[in-house]
Design a protein around this ligand. Sequence first.
Ligand code: SAH
Length: 569
Amino acid sequence: MKKNDTFILKIEDMGIGGEGIGKYEGMTFFVKDAVIGDEILAGVTKLKKGYGYARLVEIVKPSPKRVEAPCKIARQCGGCQIQNLCYEEQLVLKQKKVENNLRRIGSFSQEQVEKVMEPVVGMEDPFRYRNKAQFPCGYDKDGNIVFGFYAARSHQVIPIDDCLLGVSENAKILAVIKEYMEACHIKPYDETTGQGLLRHVLIRKGFHSGQVMVCLIINGDKLPQADRLVESLSEVPGMHSISYNVNKEKTNRILGDKVQLLWGDLCIRDTIHRVREEESGGFTRTDESVTFAISPKSFYQVNPVQTEKLYSLALEYAGLTGKEIVWDLYCGIGTISLFLAQAAKHVYGVEIVPEAVADARENAKNNQIENATFYVGKAEEVLPAWVEEHADDGDAGLHPDVIVVDPPRKGCDEKCLETMVAMAPERIVYVSCDSATLARDLKYLQEKGYEVLRVRPVDQFCHSMHVETVVLLSKGMVDSRKVKVDSSLEDMDLSELKGKATYEQIKAYVLEQTGLKVSSLYIAQIKKKCGLDVGENFNLPKSENAKQLQCTPEKEEAIMQAFRHFGII
Ligand code: SAH
């Protein structure tokens, strides 16, 4: 076989980049734009030992899972990889991607994967979900100014009139900016020569507030005739913030350091509600919410509908009752932290971007949240330093109840993981945007004694191959140095009791009614006494010499009362 040879290929799987995978004469072929179930005419583009790449010449028999991509340029644009696969199958693919990574990189057994995996959370309407877009600016082949996206693996700008993942305001805003550029002779930035002014346009919209932000990223210190631009841009409905950002470096990084406000406020606002999952699988909004101020430079999840689900799951996994000390590492503008703070005693957030931390503090204030403290710095530096500094303070912060992490794609630094393990929180909630690094970090945490209990993918990036995942780990056997008998026992049973009350809810109820603190062990003992089923590991001392505490009659009565309240007995 040689380059340009064609052959019929049956696509049997899809790879991590969304490419179709099939086997021909003992060789594995990767084919962009082919979907699982397709039978295609493939043309060899590159041959390697045992595998090769091919191009989709023609679809011989389309897969039943294939749909026509609603976007005309889905094939050229690097933004979407799997728009031509029906949405249900996209979800299946993402679930499989996470599972594969857990097995291959995380060394999970098939049995464990089956035990911990929960069904991926999809979207009802997987279009127009993005609240943020960054459009590069360039010329088309006729020399016209165009905005668009980069083609896959290149920096060639593919012109786009209207991206179907973004808000409908984008098209209008880009048209206004193009008009301004033409009228004022402003040139797009050219990466190869370093000449030209406008590099990117960043547009954000608060889905709840309706507020729109535009930030022009320029290769210069000033935006000429800015008044002219402001005049027409400020007419766009919802416009709330117009600014420019200076980036004169030859870099792939989009934003530079300095932001200059031209009109309106620097930040837009948006509100995220806590949602609850219904039996039917749908999610409904609750009244619990946090409102955020978002500046051009801060990180904010791009899919607000799915973010509500993601954060609500993270909160559920954290199992808070109001008494916990919680750390939120990689906290950004405090989005997850402030949700946690509403349900915990105190939350400490750590974030590397100083502006984001300033936003986080402001957000706490604006939401009347006083039990959150934010630190600027790298998680892998702030956390060990904090532990060292507070080594003599007793148990309070050194052994937090929960640590939440939400790192960027590269995952957690090992020093950070090591410190987390040393702090021995009861639970770790890991929110991840890259299941490969997630699996690597879970492997580390499992080797140190943490047990993965729940894994749930959330589709934040429909039509791309990216998937967000939320994971719950329990301390299990980890020695918290100052070992208490109570915490050396399995402290969590996540199975819900009849009447939908969890151990955490029973504890909270007992405390509220009687002021007594009861452990999961005691609840399990009373459950057993009532002839109710208790989890397998429950009740078993973790080591030979661990004492088995016995529930006092007073606490027994309080727990029984809670059981009656929740309709368990
Ligand atoms: N939890 C937030 C942000 C998650 S994105 C949210 O959901 O909105 C990851 C964040 O980690 C970014 O804000 C990024 O600036 C920050 N970050 C990256 N490396 C870091 C590090 N080493 N230590 C702390 N924060 C870091």
